[in-house]
Write a protein that binds this ligand. Sequence first.
Ligand code: AMP
Length: 217
Amino acid sequence: MILVLFGPPGAGKGTQGARIVQQYGIPKISTGEIFRDLAAAHSELGLKAKAYWSQGKLVPDEIVVGLVRERVADPDCRRGFILDGFPRTVSQADTLQAMLEETGKRLNGVLNLRVEEPELIRRLSGRRTCSNCGATYHTTAMPSRVDDICDHCGNRLIQRADDTPESIHRRLVEYEEKTAPLIHYYEERGVLYHIDANEGPDAVYVKVQAVLRKIAC
Ligand code: AMP
């Protein structure tokens, strides 16, 4: 099964993706996570990309596409994979299409997680992430048991460099300008599934599962 988790920043792509990984046992490829890991490792590519993402700008297509091409060729992707945060431009979507065709694969579905803007801003501005295991929290909706400490591994929670008010604003603008046109792109190809994702993670996952059952038939 090859899936794309689609939606604006803060829609819950990472959260829902993690649940699909658990249930279906296929890997999730998050381009944002790959960039954050590369930057933390001080790789040249990682630092180059950070100059963009830390300001809420999209990383140039040629950088993103190269990373995805390498990752989907890994053996654990043979049975399928979930793309979280890729594609984000029409050019990336075209490249994905070509990549899949080259290997005789096809995209099973694009899950469009729809969330109202005030809710996105509320989610992003309160988001905290474990610096070690990546678990996510929210200062009011899902706080950790001890302030700023991860419930799972005891490490410190941090705020993502791009979850500042300026970057959040820029990311939402980038989404509307460059990413939202993909809704029409995938609608035309008959693979788009809309999901109202304004509720909490459990309620949204029920809807995600309903779509996945349909896709798997
Ligand atoms: P995310 O973790 O998906 O919110 O991604 C964090 C940031 O990484 C985004 O705001 C972009 O700056 C960058 N990024 C992630 N995926 C892509 C992509 N497919 N194309 C361009 N930039 C990306």
